[in-house]
Structures are given as structure tokens and as C-alpha cells.
Design a protein around this ligand. Structure first.
Ligand SMILES: Cc1ncc(C[n+]2csc(CCOP(=O)(O)OP(=O)(O)O)c2C)c(N)n1
Ligand SMILES: [Mg+2]
Length: 364
């Protein structure tokens, strides 16, 4: 019997208590980037907690929290260049905020208003992808277009651990390998796919090694360690931009929240596991390092928390004061020319809405 030998490197610089376990890269000598990561993660957590409060008070739709996973998308949000393309999944709020999405756009989108994905400052990034792993094929398509146009940019495709079990993900890896596409795949391994734990999802010891079959370099990183993430993502993006092809990065994190606001994880997740995961979370870890290296103090923390709360409060007001879209917009953006069947449905919807406005019964 032949047992295959698979070696996937694991990258980590800061341990759970924020202490270095390896010599830190040179760029950390100037704390500016790490302070930026810290501020962005804190802001993202305030945005995230407010989204849950809005949903709980009937002011927003179902929302998937990114609590515990902030580091991954905070780091790639910073490292992506203007003409790179982000193809996110639904827990990438921290990255999206740095790529031009306003806080109220996040609330608009999860409030069911597609204008949340349509601000010009969002560049060519793709909107959230809720169907699992389908974004991997889109990302491979964008990367193929970049190659054909001889563009020296990269596409970053983000997904969850469960998504790597889907054919879409594996097909995109295969294309990325055979066509040497300028891509970075980031797997947010938060240990759960709704109620299915990682070990029941896949028999391979790492998810990163799925890249090996496609001929791609792959690495696992501590996804709660912004320094390790920065090193891995920066290298992979440069590799892609200079025509050397794709990389697969598996970031080990933990979903500290319920799957979404429609879930109750206490029904299937051991409380001790959650307790242990809180000890490793990314914000506290970086805060401890910043404190210990005299880059942070109580006063700065208080000021940051106050600024983040004020920003989020203003965004909530903007979101709640945004006039609803007219119902015609439901029909207007699917086709360049609206087919006759939809045209008649649109007319019917409009006339019913007019009737409703006049106080008549409506079934819409
Ligand atoms: C194609 C498809 N099948 C099923 C679902 C239902 N679904 C929503 S989230 C999810 C689990 C995804 O887990 P993972 O990829 O680990 O991401 P996480 O939510 O843990 O971040 C499933 C199966 C879906 N959205 N799309
Ligand atoms: Mg998951």
C-alpha cells in the first residue's frame, strides 16, 4: 500500500497570547500597518455587532456574522491593489470596507437592497456570493480575462471550508493550475459549515492541499495572526501579478458566532470548544502585541471605540433613511432588453403598487 506524503507549510508569528514565536518580518518594525489592521478589525466588529442588532430589531434581513474571522479579510482588503479584483464570500465585511463599500452599503445589501453592491467606489469587485463556491468559477473567469488582456493584476477568491467540498471550487482550482491564472484562493476554515464540523466535511488533513492536485502551491496560516496572513497573502498576490499563477491559502480561524442570525449554534456546538476559540481570537491577540510594544494604550483604545461607534451610528441613520427602491427595479437589471413575459409582470406589479398606494388590497 502506498501512503502519499503531503507537506503543507504552516505559517504563524504570534501565538495565542500575542507573543512572537519566530523572528518577525522587517515590515513590522514600523507599526503603521499593524495599527491599521487593528483599527480596521475593531471597526469591522462594531459594524458586525450592529448588523446583528438591526436584524434582531426587525430592521435588516438575515445576516452572517464575521466575528472571529476579521483578520483574514482585513489583511487582504489592505493588500489588494486598485485594479485587482476581489470575489468575496459573505463573511468578508472587513475586506469590503477597505475596498470602497461604505458601512451603509453593508446594511443596505443585507437589508435586501441591491444598491448596497452598486457604489462606483467598489471598483470591479464582485458582490457577495451566497450560493456556496459558485464564486470560484466566476473568479477563474475574471482571471482568464486578465490573462487574455495581458493585465498584471490578481483575482482574490475567498470562500469557507465547506465550500471546498463543492465541485465548483475544485473545477476552478483545476483551471487556475492548467491555465496558470493570476489568482489567490483563500479558504476561511472556521471549522464549521453550518452544523457540519470540519472533520465530517473532508478526509484530507488540510484543505490547502486540495491545490496540490491542481499543481498549485499551497500553505496553511494561522488565520488569527495578521502577520502570518500578511506574509502569505502578499507573496501569493505578487506571485499571481507577475504571471507565476495561483496559490491556495487555508486560514485557520473559528466562527465565534452562530452561522447566521437564523441559526442557534448552541444546539450542535460544544460550549467548551467555543470557550477555547475565544482565547485565540485575532483582535485581542494583536492588541496585546501592540500594548506590549508600546504602540497602544487605554486612551487610544477608548478613542477608537468611540470613533467606531459614532461612524456606525451615522451609517445606520443613512441606511434607515434611504428611500426604498421602486418595484420596477426588480425587473430592470436582469436583461439588456426586458423580455415580453417580464414586461407584462412589471406592468402588473406597477399597477398593483399604484392600487395599493390608493388603499386597495394587494397580494404583492
Ligand atoms: C449551493 C448552496 N448550497 C447550500 C447552501 C446552504 N448553505 C449556506 S452556508 C452553508 C455552509 C457553508 O459553509 P462554509 O463554506 O464553511 O462557510 P461558512 O458559512 O462556515 O463561513 C450552506 C451549506 C448554499 N448557500 N448554497
Ligand atoms: Mg465554515
Amino acid at each position: 500500500m502506498i501512503t502519499p506524503r503531503v507537506e503543507v507549510p504552516f505559517l504563524q508569528y504570534l501565538d495565542e497570547k500575542g507573543a512572537p514565536i519566530a523572528p518577525l518580518p522587517d515590515w513590522t518594525a514600523n507599526p503603521d500597518i499593524l495599527l491599521h489592521y487593528y483599527r480596521q478589525m475593531v471597526l469591522a466588529r462594531v459594524v458586525d455587532q450592529k448588523a446583528i442588532a438591526l436584524q434582531r430589531t426587525g430592521q435588516m434581513g438575515t445576516y452572517p456574522s464575521c466575528m472571529g474571522q476579521e483578520a483574514v479579510s482585513t489583511v487582504f482588503g489592505h493588500l489588494l491593489q486598485h485594479d485587482d479584483v476581489l470575489v468575496p464570500y459573505y463573511r468578508d465585511v472587513p475586506g469590503q470596507l477597505q475596498r470602497g463599500m461604505e458601512i451603509e452599503d453593508i446594511y443596505l445589501y443585507w437589508g435586501g437592497d441591491e444598491r448596497g453592491s452598486a457604489r462606483p467606489s467598489q471598483r470591479k469587485d464582485f458582490p457577495n456570493c451566497v450560493p456556496i463556491a459558485t464564486q470560484a468559477g466566476h473568479a477563474a473567469g475574471i482571471a482568464t480575462a486578465m490573462r487574455i488582456r495581458n493585465q498584471h493584476n490578481a483575482v482574490l477568491c475567498s470562500c469557507g471550508d465547506g465550500a471546498t467540498s463543492k465541485g465548483d471550487f475544485l473545477e476552478a482550482l483545476n483551471l487556475a493550475g492548467v491555465w496558470q491564472l493570476p489568482m489567490v484562493f483563500i479558504i476561511n476554515n472556521n471549522q464549521w459549515a453550518i452544523s457540519v464540523p470540519r472533520k465530517l466535511q473532508c478526509g484530507a488533513p488540510t484543505l490547502a492541499q486540495k491545490g496540490i492536485a491542481a499543481g498549485l502551491p499551497c500553505v496553511q496560516v494561522d488565520g488569527n495572526d495578521v502577520i502570518a496572513l500578511h506574509e502569505a497573502i502578499d507573496q501569493a498576490l505578487q506571485h499571481a501579478r507577475c504571471g507565476k499563477g495561483a496559490t491556495v491559502i487555508e486560514a485557520i480561524t473559528y466562527r465565534l458566532s452562530d452561522h447566521t442570525t437564523a441559526d442557534d449554534a448552541t444546539r450542535y456546538r460544544p460550549s467548551e470548544e467555543l470557550k477555547q476559540a475565544w482565547l485565540k481570537e485575532p483582535i485581542k491577540r494583536l492588541q496585546t502585541w501592540l500594548h506590549q510594544n508600546d504602540h497602544w494604550d487605554e486612551g487610544k483604545e477608548q478613542q477608537l471605540q468611540e470613533e467606531a461607534s459614532a461612524k456606525v451610528q451615522k451609517a445606520v441613520e443613512n441606511y434607515l433613511n434611504t428611500p426604498h427602491q421602486p418595484i420596477s427595479e426588480l425587473f430592470d437589471y436582469h436583461y439588456a432588453e426586458i423580455p415580453p413575459g417580464l414586461e407584462s409582470q412589471k406592468e402588473e406589479a406597477l399597477s398593483r403598487m399604484t392600487g395599493q398606494a390608493a388603499g386597495q388590497e394587494s397580494s404583492i
